[in-house]
Design a protein around this ligand. Structure first.
Ligand SMILES: Cc1ncsc1CCOP(=O)(O)O
Ligand SMILES: C=C1C=NC(C)=NC1=N
Ligand SMILES: [Mg+2]
Length: 209
């Protein structure tokens, strides 16, 4: 994975797209030029069983149509079953060591909040780290307090060759702060899912870097 591929990292599950059709939102985001996609289907009304798998496959198929990496959040079984391009895990999911062993050469992304979590991620050859929430977010009900860009900047400074994506409350208006602090890109849910003009919003993330 090249670090430029983290530029506009779209994350979505059906729970993030209340009114519209999730696949239509995903296709618009792909047409608009998001550079990587994460399937993150979680929460009370998340799809389950066959509907969950079918929805994941439909998202994967769209990503293949636009040759954009398809990453699965948390669910390593699904990632392996679909032969996804990668897996993203948090600290409360399976261990980085276990994940790297089981997914082999696929893209492995890890959420980190402390230097010690970062060192473990690096030890097992993580492809990128997700750092946040940078700003307040309403898309993750158990999110930690917003940290601003301080920790992200610390990591970027100490590990210049490690690809980093910032996440949490990121919009076209504040994305430049995340990039200036050392992020290779920004991971976004609501600013794109709730946009009236997805094409324009995605372009703004690219212009406002
Ligand atoms: C998954 C996740 N991890 C930290 S904040 C967050 C949600 C980001 O969503 P939004 O871009 O809508 O703030
Ligand atoms: C929590 C997360 C942090 N970073 C990324 C890229 N995805 C996530 N789900
Ligand atoms: Mg998780």
């Amino acid at each position: 994975m090249k670090r430029e591929q983290l530029e506009v990292y779209f994350i979505m599950g059906s729970q993030n797209v209340k009114s519209n059709e999730p696949l239509a939102v995903l296709e618009k985001a792909l047409q608009a030029g998001v550079t990587i996609f994460q399937f993150r289907e979680k929460g009370a009304d998340a799809r389950t069983g066959q509907a969950y798998e079918d929805f994941a496959r439909a998202c994967q198929k769209l990503c293949q149509k636009y040759t954009i990496p398809f990453i699965v959040n948390d669910d390593i079984e699904l990632a392996l079953k679909l032969d996804a391009d990668g897996l993203h895990i948090g600290q409360d999911d399976l261990s980085v060591k276990e994940a790297r062993k089981r997914i082999g050469e696929k893209i492995l992304g890890v959420s980190v909040h402390t230097m010690s979590e970062l060192e473990v991620a690096i030890q097992f050859d993580t492809d990128y780290v997700g750092i946040g929430p940078i700003y307040g977010t309403k898309s993750k009900d158990d999110a930690k307090p917003a940290t601003g860009t301080r920790f992200l900047n610390q990591v970027a400074t100490n590990y210049p060759s490690l690809p980093i994506v910032g996440i949490g409350g990121i919009t076209p208006e504040n994305t430049h702060e995340v990039i200036r602090a050392g992020g290779d890109g920004v991971a976004v849910i609501s600013a794109i899912c709730e946009s009236e003009d997805i094409q324009a919003t995605v372009q703004l993330f690219k212009i406002n870097k």
